[in-house]
Design a protein around this ligand. Structure first.
Ligand SMILES: Nc1ncnc2c1ncn2[C@@H]1O[C@H](COP(=O)(O)OP(=O)(O)OP(=O)(O)O)[C@@H](O)[C@H]1O
Ligand SMILES: [Mg+2]
Length: 262
């Protein structure tokens, strides 16, 4: 995969605790992470360890306790204001009463508007084409399959042409075959729009298939317990049956069995 230039995201000694009244609830502990431009990294870790919290902190949606985060040399809040992020949330957050097109247009309706209606419409239709949904612009979410709903969420996150795409288990509800198909679609879309991606998943197979690098988090309060560079001679739907792919998955699985819960 084509990775170039300096890190676009840098986390340095990041700590984050939630406060519940007088109780402090530590979640992230000393996270150091650099993500290069156009890199795709996956984050794996046990349920409740802090993966969503980490994405929200990077996106400037969650204040952190100490340490630093910079995104393209900006604070997360500045980066959010400058619309550097597209976010696909863990729960599909589409509005059922709005059409596909109206859902994709939503980001243009919140915050400051830098774009006129006709331009917004053009961008939304272009993005629907990128995700392979042109022709479904007037359909409602209830009329779409799971894979198509995922595409709408991705289109909505991409409509602003963000530099960074943050994805929180976006394909978790899909069956295995549809998920693999969507993984391939994501790689195709990424090669078209050229963004940096942080991808949270519970699936080791998905992480290996998609990523340049897999980051493993430990139990809460979480820190990075391991990371793996992924080298595959090709990435396709049949990669999952290839020996090199299975070896990478097994290597990580083995390392996880002794590290996951520590
Ligand atoms: N707003 C909040 N206030 C207090 N505690 C919170 C809040 N949000 C999350 N937590 C707690 O922080 C911890 C990490 O939550 P988070 O949602 O980041 O985990 P996760 O790794 O994304 O889990 P999962 O894999 O189940 O999605 C959990 O113990 C959760 O209960
Ligand atoms: Mg989560």
């Amino acid at each position: 995969m084509n990775i170039n230039g300096a890190p676009v995201i840098k986390l340095n000694e990041l700590n984050l605790s939630y406060a519940n009244g007088k109780n402090i609830f530590p979640v992230l502990e000393g996270i150091d992470l650099s993500v290069q431009k156009e890199e795709l990294i996956s984050i794996l870790g046990p349920s409740g360890c802090g993966k969503t919290t980490l994405l929200r902190a990077i996106a400037g949606l969650m204040p952190f306790t100490s340490g630093t985060i910079s995104v393209d040399d900006r604070s997360p809040e500045e980066a959010r204001r400058d619309r550097l992020f597209g976010i696909v949330f863990q729960e599909t957050a589409l509005y059922p009463w709005r059409t596909v097109l109206e859902n994709v247009l939503l980001p243009f309706e919140v915050g400051e508007n830098h774009i006129d209606k006709q331009e917004a419409l053009k961008e939304a239709l272009n993005t629907l084409q990128t995700v392979g949904l042109l022709g479904f612009d007037n359909a409602y979410p209830s009329q779409l399959s799971g894979g198509m709903l995922s595409r709408v969420s991705i289109a909505r996150a991409l409509v602003y042409k963000p530099e960074v795409l943050l994805m929180d288990e976006p394909f978790g509800d899909l069956d295995e075959m549809t998920r693999t198909w969507m993984n391939m679609e994501l790689l195709r879309i990424k090669s078209e729009v050229k963004c940096t991606i942080i991808f949270v998943t519970h699936s080791l197979q998905e992480a290996v298939l998609l990523s340049d690098r897999v980051i493993i988090l430990g139990a809460r309060p979480t820190r990075i317990v391991n990371e793996f560079n992924i080298n595959l001679s090709e990435r396709s739907e049949s990669s999952v049956d290839m020996r090199e792919f299975r070896e990478q998955v097994e290597k990580i699985r083995k390392a996880l069995t002794d590290k996951w819960w520590q």
